[in-house]
Design a protein around this ligand. Structure first.
Ligand code: PHE
Length: 457
């Protein structure tokens, strides 16, 4: 059998995993959730969730992947042959593929906006500087670019083509190499944006909103949203970390890797807070609705339009979003590719094409479900919303609960501890805490997210 692919360096392995974690969840969903859930208080609860839920569940997925040395279904099969646990991996693959198809559509919008910023079309025809006029100007642009049948399609094809280009090259020469370049670029762009935003006159009101907690704002719903956000942002429950960990060398320390990845992911979210809140305060837009598509496609262009070098800032910002999104799509696709390779014994190139080519149709259908096909509804939702809420709020917590229960209670004895401690060499105290979290705390918290997810359906 061919040698199992591995990441080539420690830095590369972190870049690739951070590449998966850092995505539109950090640069877009996080500020929107922070605003919807009361500002700084949400940030505090979110940080607690990353430590209590995020890091232990991440370590459980890493342990499963590295011990199983296979794809998300194969890992369960190898550790517990003859049991039905591999169904959990299958559920993860289905969830990740559906989310991939939807995420490609959103990623395509960011590329489209990068392009329209470069050409200047996004800002062409904006004359009045009144807030109301600017808002409706960009809302109508958003309808032309996003809520239209044909405009997003070429960008959807571009994103899929980029995924094919990266993923046929494999783990080291494809995923790792691209993330090694794109992740530092993303951090650099973010730091520049945060510095510019923080230096604007009037920025401090935004900083205060983001950092000064009002504890009365914390409610069960805020906690559920913070848990859900941590979960999505860290790419948990989708088989990604299981798959990537099968490419980790035996010497990789899972605890310090999980800590580095989670902290970098948190850093990106916090930096993004330092971009959005000060700038919106500086331009008197703090009361603008940052939810849904408005933040990125209406409020931010309003801000760029008022800055000198509008097109440059705008293009750089949408490029940042596109980079964040691309490395996440690559990781989502890798889950299915690894499965096709391992289970059906296909070459890398064949597996990549088998997984990615159908997305030309699937993602197109999802895009059309926001436009011409919006009357076609399942359970009262169009295809885009169905996947968005169904896969994210239900399938993902479900997979994570099953993974934790498996790793905590049913996996061959000692596997979780041995993997976390590299067979007793490192972090034994921390391992005990993580094991308690995986056995008891995580399933309970995840059940809470799942119930909230089902009841919001
Ligand atoms: N974690 C990514 C983000 O924050 C999203 C993602 C979700 C990526 C699921 C892969 C899997 O945007």
């Amino acid at each position: 059998m061919a040698q199992k692919a591995k990441f080539g360096s420690k830095l590369g392995l972190i870049a690739a995993t951070v590449g998966s974690a850092v995505g539109l969840g950090n640069v877009w969903r996080f500020p929107a959730e922070t605003q919807a859930n009361g500002g700084a208080a949400f940030l505090l609860v979110y940080i607690a969730c990353v430590f209590l839920l995020g890091i232990p569940v991440m370590m459980a997925e890493f342990a499963l992947g590295r011990a199983g040395q296979s794809d998300a279904t194969g890992a369960f099969r190898k550790l517990s042959p003859g049991s039905g646990w591999w169904g959990t991996g299958l559920l993860a693959i289905i969830a990740s593929y559906l989310i991939l198809a939807m995420y490609i559509v959103v990623a395509a919008w960011t590329v489209e906006y990068t392009w329209q910023s470069v050409t200047g079309d996004l800002y062409a025809g904006l004359h009045s500087s009144s807030r109301h006029a600017a808002e409706s100007f960009f809302a109508s642009k958003m309808h032309d670019y996003i809520f239209s049948d044909s405009a997003p399609l070429i960008f959807i094809c571009l994103i899929i083509a980029a995924n094919i280009g990266i993923l046929i090259k494999g783990v080291q020469k494809g995923i790792e190499r691209v993330c090694n370049v794109l992740m530092p670029l993303l951090f650099l762009l973010l730091v520049i944006f945060a510095a510019v935003s923080l230096s604007m006159p009037g920025a401090s009101a935004g900083v205060e909103y983001f950092l000064k907690p009002d504890f009365s704002k914390i409610s069960p719903a805020v906690v559920a949203n913070a848990l859900g956000q941590a979960f999505f942002s860290l790419s948990l429950g989708m088989g990604i970390l299981i798959t990537y960990a099968s490419y980790f060398p035996k010497s990789t320390k899972l605890g310090s890797t999980a800590l580095s990845v989670s902290m970098l992911d948190l850093l990106v979210a916090v930096l993004m807070g330092f971009v959005i809140f000060p700038a919106s305060a500086a331009f008197g837009l703090s009361d603008a609705d940052l939810g849904g598509t408005t933040l990125v496609f209406v409020t931010l262009p309003e801000i760029f339009a008022k800055m000198p070098a509008t097109q440059l800032w705008s293009a750089l910002f949408f490029l940042l979003l596109a980079v964040a999104a691309l490395t996440s799509t690559v990781s989502l696709a890798e889950v299915s590719i690894a499965m096709v390779q391992d289970r059906f014994r296909r070459s890398r190139i064949q597996a990549a094409l088998i997984v990615l080519l159908p997305l030309f149709i699937l993602s197109t259908l999802i895009s059309l479900s926001l436009n011409s096909f919006s009357d076609f509804k399942i359970l009262g939702k169009n295809l885009f919303d169905l996947i968005d809420t169904g896969a994210t709020n239900i399938l993902l917590p479900l997979v994570a609960i099953l993974t934790c229960i498996y790793m905590g209670w049913f996996a061959p004895k000692g596997i979780l501890r041995n993997e976390i401690t590299n067979n007793g060499q490192t972090g034994r105290m921390a391992a005990s805490a993580v094991i308690v979290a995986v056995r008891f705390l995580a399933p309970v918290l995840l059940l809470f997210i799942l119930i909230m997810g089902i009841s919001s359906f």
